[in-house]
Design a protein around this ligand. Structure first.
Ligand code: URA
Length: 476
């Protein structure tokens, strides 16, 4: 029996090198035991380096296997290294093995990878940073207990999202630290070191350029032992010490009563207060885990529809934008402000309207600190349509207004040119539909005169909706 010792629990490169040598030397999976070096143990294990290298020998595996193996190795199961080597061994003679979903090894690697991705997703969705220290030298910290060893893999997401704030993610496995330039990894800290009482001030605020998402904040508990271990020049240590000195003083009191910034007009607040209907709440909860298309991977969160269940008017937009993705609410950014104004001028109270989007995750490409909106593709629109259909069933509006081409495509089930079809009601599958332009089209028009004209046409369309509903939209 060969005992192969890897450097750490997530040592994919070590596993890959060892497995290559083992397989090229025809060492059967049943002849290999895998272990991980522990700092406090004297190692008696052999290693694959003792085997002759055969650099000229070819050994290719598919990119799919590598991707699965990189994810599965983060699973907490002790059996993962052996499973991966067994699969690698079998893939040499059975190239299509990964497609054999009823094979127990294949099923297991898929299940492990899925569990790891789910955990990464949970970390992305649930991790909350908390600000410590003073504004000038603020640092953000979060405590997270992953089910699997995902912190290193999940951390770059936060570097992209919170690029210009220094943060630390503390976990029992490893801690990840971002200084604005690079992520560094230090050993994990134990849960037992987390103080039970919250003694650091909590500051809810929005980052100036909108990259910082207040929805992601929550109380973070800082393990005291971690402070001791911080290097003398760490930014965090003096900040925490400062914060600790200020625990019961006026600083805390002032922070505690500092009002949360009001980012949304009152009408939207009323929407939130009123909605809370079981059917929509249940749909929203279910949709939070939607993986029907890949857009969930980069988005902060799903942005589901909002509004009273009794709404007679449903507005459907394209997809959440940058602001909506961060806030978790539809139409709260510039297009939302334009929409609110136009609705008001058409005599429609947004608080009585159910507002949603054809696609419920933000699609974008990063450009530096900016996330540039991308139009959703037809497969993405189709994949998300189930949610619109279920919202429609739950709300049963008298009229649906589709804002822009993507919304029209989703609502009417086919590509529908706006200019040709606007201005009159369309009957579709038992629902009255009105199509009009998207408010961001108006925002993009460079010419002021054209903008004013198009804005008026938009209001005219919305007035058709208001007339159609009579007073019913107001009675909702
Ligand atoms: N654009 C949309 O289509 N929907 C939003 O929620 C925001 C901008």
């Amino acid at each position: 029996m060969r005992i192969i010792e890897l450097d750490n629990d997530t040592d994919f490169e070590g596993w890959r090198k060892a497995s290559r040598r083992l397989a090229l030397n025809d060492v059967k999976p049943s002849e290999v035991a895998w272990t991980v070096r522990r700092d406090d143990e004297l190692s008696s294990a052999s290693c694959a380096n003792e085997l002759p290298d055969t650099p000229q020998a070819q050994f290719n595996v598919s990119a799919k296997f590598v991707e699965l193996a990189k994810a599965a190795i983060l699973h907490r199961s002790d059996a993962r290294f052996a499973l991966l080597y067994r699969l690698l061994w079998r893939l040499r003679s059975h190239h299509d093995l990964l497609g054999a979903t009823d094979d127990p090894d294949v099923a297991e690697i898929h299940a492990m990878a899925r569990a790891v991705y789910r955990d990464i997703d949970r970390m992305h969705a649930q991790l909350r940073f908390r600000e410590i220290g003073r504004e000038r030298t603020a640092h953000y910290v979060a405590w997270f207990e992953p089910e699997h060893r995902i912190v290193e893999l999940a951390a770059p997401f936060f570097a992209g999202r919170f690029a210009d704030m220094p943060w630390s993610i503390l976990s029992p496995d490893v801690c990840a630290h971002w200084d604005g330039h690079a992520i560094s990894i230090t050993p994990g800290v134990a849960k037992s070191e987390v103080p039970s009482e919250d003694r650091l001030e909590e500051v809810w605020r929005r980052h100036d350029n909108g990259l910082f998402n207040p929805a992601r904040l929550k109380v973070m508990e800082m393990p005291q032992a971690y402070w001791r271990n911080l290097p003398g020049d760490s930014i965090i240590k003096p900040l925490i010490e400062d914060a600790m000195r200020m625990t019961s003083g006026p600083f805390i009191a002032r922070k505690a009563i500092e009002p949360q910034r009001q980012d949304q007009p009152m009408a939207r607040k009323q929407v939130q207060d009123k909605q809370a209907h079981d059917a929509i709440a249940a749909l929203r909860a279910e949709a939070a885990d939607c993986r029907a298309c890949p857009l969930w991977k980069d988005a902060t969160q799903i942005v589901f529809g909002e509004g009273p269940q009794s709404a007679t008017l449903m507005l459907v937009g394209e997809q959440p934008g940058d602001k909506e993705d961060l806030a978790g609410h539809p139409f709260v950014g510039p297009a939302g402000q334009m929409l609110d104004r136009a609705l008001g001028e058409a005599g429609i109270d947004r608080a009585r309207v159910y507002v949603t989007n054809a696609v419920k995750h933000f699609k974008f490409v990063p450009r530096g600190k900016i996330r540039l909106h991308q139009k959703p593709s037809t497969p993405e629109i189709r994949a998300c349509r189930q949610w619109y259909e279920r919202e429609l069933t739950a709300i049963k509006p008298e009229l649906v207004v589709a804002l822009g081409a993507t919304a029209a495509q989703s609502v009417l089930g086919k590509i529908t040119p706006i200019n040709k079809n606007r201005g009159h009601l369309i009957e579709h599958a038992g629902t009255k539909v009105l199509v009009t332009v998207h408010p961001s089209y108006l925002l993009r028009l460079p010419d002021e005169k054209a903008k004013a004209l198009e804005y008026q046409r938009f209001i005219d369309d919305l007035k058709i909706a208001a007339d159609q509903l009579g007073n019913s939209a107001h009675a909702a």
